[in-house]
Design a protein around this ligand. Structure first.
Ligand code: ACO
Length: 381
């Protein structure tokens, strides 16, 4: 294969077979194990969706009750890990803190034998259960507040909110957080999931695998976009400024990218963005309709005629930040919320990868020099 034939970003190149989720980018469809994500966001819970992703079918009532119980048992983390988190720089990025915490978690709860199914399931439970604990611990410790112990009576979404704010969410806020987690739980072969599969293929332990995926998610072209969307909306400030802002940005750099727009696979509006928008309307009925939402709507209106012909429409992150900020979640915690959800998908892919695993070792097309003479240091200028 010549260099010319390698699609940039491996676009359209299948890298594995998978039975976990499917996207139809032209028809705005996403399903997990065959069930439409819109249905799951409305009818399911994060825990049930995680089980579906991991096991391939919906749990029985008994399985779901046991899964809830097993997760709750593993929400607390070793006190020494909290000490480690206490020593992170307060101005460090929460995604970096999360990545380091998850790598460290693997030293407190080792699961290095990935041929052992029981150990893999134990690590799967612990990783899902502990993500909200370490995210909220850092979010609080950096402000000088003590972490809040997990609440045994709350579900995953409610407990995350509780550990972040120290108060229980209202039922509708809990539902919105839960639905956001469901919408972000899985999205087939994106950069972070591919990272998880590549890392897992070396038989690295699950904590190292998930830490690698978190690093990939942190970039602004992937999960980090939700943070940048809010910065962009703040920069615009008011809906009536959106047109002038857009004109100025395009004039300064014709290749400039609107954050929260565009997707490698969706060439229409991301179905998750549509569901999130509906959810946003529900939250705003209880809180207030934030100015940022009006700015986002206006920006979408301006962008569609410009970028629509290229298949660039709002992706999931266009509205998620507006929803999160209306709930009071700090901007730099948006991507960690994404990770709290996506760990379910990463783990489903890791477990799938381990069945009939072969280490990823692709080829490259060498474009460098050959037969270069070594010049001794003393003869070099
Ligand atoms: N704003 C303006 N133009 C865009 C945008 C955008 N956000 N996204 C793509 N385009 C344009 C490109 O410039 C390109 O134009 P051209 O054909 O004239 O050169 C065309 O649309 C095709 O885009 P690609 O660059 O091929 O898209 P690619 O699949 O490589 O990248 C990506 C997808 C990274 C998501 C891109 O759309 C982007 O940078 N978006 C902004 C960041 C973002 O929102 N990321 C979150 C993704 S969703 C997620 O991770 C959960």
């Amino acid at each position: 294969m010549s260099a010319m034939e390698i699609p940039a970003g491996l676009a359209d190149v299948p890298v594995t077979k998978s039975a976990i989720s499917i996207i139809d980018g032209k028809r705005a469809m996403l399903s997990y194990r065959g069930i439409a994500v819109e249905t799951l966001a409305k009818e399911s819970s994060f825990e049930e969706t995680a089980w579906l992703l991991l096991k391939g079918q919906l749990p029985t009532q008994r399985e779901l009750a046991d899964f809830h119980h097993e997760l709750r048992q593993r929400r607390k983390v070793h006190y020494k890990l909290i000490d480690v988190i206490k020593n992170f720089p307060a101005d460090g990025h929460p995604m970096d803190a999360l990545q380091a915490s998850i790598a460290a978690l693997g030293m407190f709860y080792p699961a290095r034998d990935v041929k052992n199914a029981a150990s893999n399931w134990e690590a799967t439970l612990r990783l899902i259960a502990a993500m909200p604990t370490v995210v909220t611990a850092f979010a609080r410790l950096r402000k000088g507040d003590e972490p809040i112990e997990p609440h045994p009576d709350l579900d995953h979404a409610g407990n995350f909110y509780y550990m972040l704010f120290g108060r229980e969410p209202s039922p509708s806020v809990r539902k919105v957080v839960d639905a956001c987690l469901i919408l972000h739980a899985e999205h087939n072969m994106n950069a972070s999931t591919f990272t998880a599969r590549v890392t897992g293929s070396s038989l690295a332990n699950p904590y190292a695998t998930i830490a690698a995926a978190i690093g990939s998610l942190s970039g602004p072209l992937h999960g980090g976009a939700n943070e940048e969307v809010l910065e962009q909306l703040s920069e615009i400030g008011k809906a009536e400024n959106a047109k002038a802002w857009m004109d100025a940005k395009k004039a300064a750099d014709p290749s400039f990218k609107v954050m929260g727009m565009g997707h490698r696979v969706y060439k229409v509006k991301d179905p998750r963005a549509t569901v999130l928008q509906e959810l946003a309307e529900h939250v705003f009925a209880e809180t207030t309709r934030p100015a940022m939402y009006e700015v986002a709507l206006e920006l979408e209106k301006i962008c569609v005629p410009i970028y629509g012909p290229k298949g660039v429409y709002p992706n999931v992150d266009f509205f998620s930040g507006v929803v999160y900020s209306s709930l009071g979640i700090p901007t730099d915690i948006f991507t960690p919320v994404f990770a709290i959800a996506r760990v379910a998908g990463w783990l489903a892919h890791w477990l799938e990868q381990l069945q009939g695993n072969r280490i990823y070792r692709p080829e490259q097309t060498y474009t460098g020099k050959t037969d270069v003479a070594y010049i001794p240091l003393e003869k070099r200028p």
